[in-house]
Design a protein around this ligand. Structure first.
Ligand SMILES: Nc1nc2c(c(=O)[nH]1)N[C@H]1C(S)=C(S)[C@@H](COP(=O)(O)O)O[C@H]1N2
Ligand SMILES: [Mo]
Length: 399
């Protein structure tokens, strides 16, 4: 399976100019400054050497920490909170946590203990913040300048939402076309609820794959990742995966919360966000190389394993190509098993023999629907959904 190639220096002198420019090193240096911050108490158990602490509510996995065996360990997984996490005491009696199910024929408030009796499924998904890759946008959008580490691939265990809905008589009518999840944080006082509430609506079709999950990677769900119970919407951007979920409602319209109406909208450069613009829902096809990575330093000429991850939204990835000359020539990488399903990422690898020189290594994924990872990002004011292969390139010196 391993493909080999030998490269000649002359191939490497002039990579695609746009790829070289877009892969500018400037944004990567922002990490050094962020690195010094301590882990916040609710995430103190994270592996400090594997993460970059941007702030107490934004923690990124280091590119160099991503391994090759599919699952991202919990202590390396990124964290993103829009509000302070609930008090740790909510985990004292996990099964007592309540979730109100609305917009079904027989609406009810169910405890986690009850939910655990209603069905069980396990699914591996990529959890990725829609702002992952924001650090590569040249206009420096406000928000965390994540590069690749606001993402991971984890295994969830919980009850299928459709089983809960079925048990409660089904969705209460054809007009309820959204599934709306509400976070259970304690809200700050003195501000309108809608301005802070973490509440997101996704199209009803997402229900078919969704879980109310209480386990991640084989352990009870931590507070940092949404314990006692979290809504998991496979294939959808991170923000739609509501942590500490306290309400799951089938609704005729999208949530009126600011995070739905104005947050996470694909607004034009320089423009204002508004509810008519596309929201970040299903993820797009994407891949990046994790090794070599920007902190690899000078590598020794000879045999090398280039590896990384590739995924799409709700469609499996079918192909990854790797280029070491900034996108001029491409080589088929091979997938490294196991395949954990269409919502998980695939590890890819390419074995190469590399002579001394300067390289720009990039990867390009294709999914089963024929979507190909684009060279260029889709410009947008807040820096969402960056899947540009050029932006995710890695400059490597081999001596
Ligand atoms: N209740 C609640 N759910 C939430 C959030 C939040 O702030 N509160 N943040 C969202 C965002 S923006 C992302 S990217 C993911 C992050 O999940 P993680 O912290 O488990 O990595 O959770 C989503 N779910
Ligand atoms: Mo996010």
């Amino acid at each position: 399976m391993t493909s080999r190639l030998s490269l000649h220096r002359r191939h490497l002198l002039a990579g695609s100019a746009s790829a070289l420019a877009a892969a500018g090193l400037g944004t990567w240096s922002s990490h050094a400054a962020a690195q010094a911050k301590p882990l916040p108490s609710y995430a103190a158990w994270k592996d400090a050497n594997s993460v970059i602490v941007h702030s107490s509510s934004t923690i990124e996995t280091r590119r160099s920490a991503f391994g090759t065996s599919v699952i991202t360990p919990a202590d390396q997984l990124y964290v993103r909170n829009n509000l302070p996490a609930p008090p740790a005491s909510v985990l004292d009696n996990r099964d007592a946590w309540q979730v109100s199910i609305e917009g079904v024929r027989n609406p009810r408030t169910l405890t986690l203990g009850e939910l655990k009796t209603m069905g069980l499924e396990t699914v591996a998904t990529v959890l990725q913040c829609s702002g992952n890759g924001r650090g590569f946008f040249p206009h420096k959008p406000s928000g965390t300048p994540w590069t690749v580490g606001a993402a991971g691939c984890v295994v969830w265990s919980g009850v299928p939402v459709r089983s809960v809905v079925e048990a409660l008589g089904g969705v209460a009518g054809d007009t309820l076309v959204y599934m709306t999840g509400t976070g259970g944080e304690v809200l700050p006082e003195g501000v309108p609820v809608d301005s802070v509430l973490v509440e997101r609506s996704v199209p009803l079709k997402a229900m078919g794959d969704a879980l109310l999950a209480w386990e991640m990677n084989g352990a009870p769900l931590s507070l940092a990742h949404g314990g006692p119970v979290r809504l998991v919407v496979p294939g959808y951007n991170g923000v739609n995966n509501i942590k500490y979920v306290k309400r799951l409602a089938f609704t005729p319209t999208e949530s009126t919360a600011k995070i739905m109406q104005h947050g996470y909208r694909m607004s034009p450069l320089g423009g204002k966000a508004d509810p008519t613009q596309a929201s970040v829902l299903e993820m797009n096809v994407k891949s990046w190389i994790n090794s070599p990575h920007p902190e690899s330093g000078t590598l020794k000429a000879g045999q090398m394993q280039i590896h990384g991850v590739a995924f799409s939204g709700t469609t499996p990835v079918t192909k990854v190509e790797v280029s070491v000359d900034g996108g001029k020539t491409w080589h088929a990488a091979h997938f490294v098993g196991p395949d954990l399903g269409r919502f998980a990422w695939r590890q890819f690898a390419l074995h190469v023999k590399i002579p001394a020189g300067n390289y720009v290594m990039v990867s390009r994924a294709t999914d089963a629907a024929g979507n190909v990872q684009p060279e260029h990002r889709l410009e947008n004011q807040s820096g969402y959904s960056n899947n540009s292969w050029a932006d995710h390139g890695v400059k490597v010196t081999v001596a």
